[in-house]
Design a protein around this ligand. Structure first.
Ligand code: FAD
Length: 373
């Protein structure tokens, strides 16, 4: 029998959608060309982080963090979850002022956070270089191992009767998809959750790949305890052109340290670039000098799917009947996956979600007269 919904892509977003849609009683098929939780999901740092660059981003990320809390509760080890919190590091008084503004916005939204002075910050994180101004500690942020979380969510969907098909979707048709092996799968509705590869199936979508590098060290337990991010990260994360790096360190539960982060537009070459790695390491050592003495084991890259306004596309495709979009999550798709799935499932079932769906609807680009084609 034809499924109610066919999802293209079993990354974090597709897996979360499979879970949410099957929980609504829909018959789900999910098609994956590579491995469950591959694509950007396998490349990401898995930082679950409240971001507040605009009201819509804060609403989506904070709602999703609440859903993550429920998901990981009782089985944190399966997700390799840690409630490490984030320290947004302020290099000078101007950045400390920005930290205060962030604290006010986040607290007003009910997030547990507070500005800390330099002394308190050094007690929490002695590896930070002297001379910093302080920071913003956001206690509720955490981290997971994204491919594992994707597999857990997909397994829940499969336990409700969902089907995983390994294969590559090469064409979208009305009410069906064509796979690379020539087979055709029909479905009532189709959800595009293929990350940057959505562009291969729907080239008119307002998406651009944004490449990122991540490095991982050997095990150094308690070298750092919180995710440490420079406040300048926000500028780097939202740059709409060129290349940028920012100090971003994560303490994995294994004792290893993830070193981020870089952003590059207009390349889909997944090769790790020594020049970019050198820039990232230089930045990281500027903030945490003792990093220079640690062993980096491996570096990898991934492609974030960026939209022009930095918000994801969650809702009906404008150009195809019965096709839905769940993509464009840029550097925040692990965090926002669960809220995305809830919003999509609510729209497809004609129900109400926990937050307003409008800021993420793909038709916002049409409404603003922007290019969506
Ligand atoms: C370096 C880096 C660091 C990041 N760090 C974080 C972080 O700390 N926190 C955070 O919240 N987010 C982070 N992100 C962003 C996050 O990883 C992504 O937003 C998220 O993984 C997107 O998930 P997705 O399922 O949409 O896409 P993907 O993970 O790319 O998954 C798409 C899936 O679809 C499959 N697919 C593609 N095309 C087809 C096809 N034609 N047929 C069948 N299957 C197909 C792919 O194989 C893949 O499995 C980071 C991203 C990068 C690159």
């Amino acid at each position: 029998m034809k499924p109610d919904v066919l999802i293209v892509g079993a990354g974090m977003i597709g897996a979360a959608c499979a879970d949410a849609l099957s929980a609504c009683g829909m018959r789900v098929t999910i098609v994956e060309r590579d491995a469950v939780g591959s694509g950007a999901t396998a490349a990401g740092m898995g930082h679950l982080v409240a971001m507040d660059d605009n009201a819509a981003e804060l609403a989506l990320s904070s709602h999703s963090l609440a859903l993550w809390k429920d998901l990981v509760e009782g089985q944190p080890r399966r997700h390799e979850y840690s409630r490490c919190g984030t320290i947004w590091v302020a290099a000078d008084d101007e950045e400390l002022e920005a930290a205060r503004a962030k604290a006010a916005t986040m607290s007003a939204h009910g997030l547990e956070c507070g500005v800390i002075g330099a002394q308190e910050m050094y007690q929490l994180e002695p590896q930070l270089r002297p001379g910093l101004a302080g920071g913003l500690l956001v206690q509720g942020d955490g981290l997971v191992y994204p491919p594992k979380s994707a597999r857990i969510l997909l397994a829940r969907a499969v336990a409700r009767g969902a089907t995983l098909v390994m294969g590559e979707v090469v064409t979208l048709e009305e009410g069906a998809v064509l796979l690379a092996d020539g087979s055709r799968l029909g479905a009532g509705q189709i959800v595009l959750a293929a990350g940057t590869r959505c562009l291969a199936l729907a080239p008119e979508l307002p998406l651009r790949p944004k490449k990122g590098h991540v490095m991982i060290t050997d095990r150094y337990p308690n070298f750092i305890r919180h995710q440490l991010v420079e406040l300048g990260y926000i500028k780097s994360a939202h740059a709409s052109d060129g290349e940028s790096v920012a100090f971003n360190l994560q303490p994995r539960p294994t004792g290893q340290i993830l070193i981020g982060s870089s952003r590059q537009f207009d390349t889909t070459d997944l090769e790790a670039e020594p020049s970019m790695m050198a820039r990232m390491l230089k930045r990281a050592v500027e903030y945490a000098p003792a990093l220079a003495g640690l062993n980096v084991l491996r570096c990898w890259t991934g492609l974030r799917a960026a939209t022009p306004d930095g918000l994801p596309l969650i809702g009906p495709d404008l150009s195809r009947r019965n096709v839905w979009l769940a993509t464009g999550h840029e550097g925040l798709g692990i965090t926002t996956s669960l809220a995305t799935a809830e919003l999509l499932a609510a729209q497809m079932a004609g129900a109400k979600a926990g937050i307003d769906a409008r800021p993420y609807l793909p038709n916002r680009f049409e409404a603003q007269g922007r290019a969506y084609g």
